[in-house]
Design a protein. Structure first.
Length: 310
């Protein structure tokens, strides 16, 4: 279940639990949270320009100078509003829109931190369907350069920015050495194929099992594997090799089943492992096509829409 839904459910549960206690009527009454509403598109805007209009004016009804809003606004609704904005009006690589939003939020430290929190939920949370490092990078850059934060407060966003800036779409992936069951160690960059699907996984992970089965059930991916155009590298990034050995029969024989000897990928933070499983689709030159995903359908879509494919 996605964490955004958990937040909404938790808010409803808290409200429900609060209603069970017997209190005087006057003390139980609380003002309703203030709700943000996106702008309405003027009727004079042509239909083909409505999306662009909302991209640029979506937040016009929000007063970024009024910090009292932060104590009164419905934060669950704000998470949903930002999610809707990103999902409907911002292209996956349109950092300008998020850049502009963070500049408007930079009117004060509370407002900067509030919108950074919303962005973390929507753009960075591993369980968010709108997770997107390309859009989250402008948020981190705004925090790192913010005059409102001192050097200690910048440490966390600086680290997150460094991690988000690795293995970006269209750029070369970080290379590493992997070790197979026979003890052979090879470089990831030495794998030759039109596409390489890096599947970072753990044996005891239910989602890893779901993703593994989805890859195995994909006619498109299996055809590419059969033709030698796609290779799958299943990488175990931890140190418990007993667990990995017991899990080996679950990995399809045509995949490269390996572990990270010495946990170099984890310890040097070559890939962001805060959420496992993770899928990275790389092209023949090891440039990233899909980053840190769990959606096998997205992998299929990226290959199907690859302009370089034969």
């Amino acid at each position: 279940m996605k964490r955004i839904l958990w937040i909404a459910l938790a808010a409803l549960l808290v409200a429900a639990c609060g209603g069970k206690k017997s209190r005087p009527a006057q003390s139980s009454a609380r003002p309703a949270p203030r709700t943000f509403r996106a702008v309405t598109v003027p009727s004079t805007v042509p239909p083909e320009e409505r999306r662009a209009y909302l991209r640029d004016h979506y937040w016009d009804n929000f007063d970024f100078r009024d910090t009292t809003l932060l104590a009164e606004v419905d934060t669950v609704a704000m998470v949903r509003a930002l999610f809707a904005y990103v999902a409907n009006f911002v292209a996956p690589d349109d950092r300008t829109a998020i850049d502009t939003l963070m500049r408007r939020a930079s009117a004060s430290k509370p407002m900067t931190e509030y919108f950074a929190m919303l962005a973390e939920r929507v753009l960075h949370d591993p369980n968010s369907p709108a997770r997107n490092d390309e859009l989250y990078i402008p948020v981190l850059e705004a925090l790192v350069s913010s005059p409102w934060l001192d050097r200690w407060e910048r440490i966390a966003p600086q680290h997150d920015l460094r991690m988000a800036s690795q293995n970006r779409i269209g750029r070369p992936a970080n290379d590493f050495r992997y070790t197979t069951a026979d003890g052979a160690t090879r470089r990831m960059y030495d794998i030759r194929a039109e596409y390489l699907l890096l599947f970072i996984n753990n044996p005891g992970c239910n989602m890893c099992k779901t993703v593994r089965e989805a890859i195995s059930a994909s006619p498109m991916l299996n055809e590419l594997i059969e033709r030698g155009k796609l290779k799958v590298l299943a990488l175990f990034p931890d140190e418990d090799l007993t667990e990995w050995q017991e899990y080996r029969p679950q990995i399809p024989a045509r995949w490269i089943n390996a572990y990270d000897k010495g946990c170099v990928v984890r310890d040097r933070e070559l890939y962001d492992l805060k959420a496992i499983p993770a899928l990275y689709l790389l092209d023949r030159d090891k440039r990233v096509m899909v980053k840190d995903a769990v959606d096998v359908g997205l992998i299929e879509w990226a290959i199907d829409h690859d302009d370089r494919k034969n």
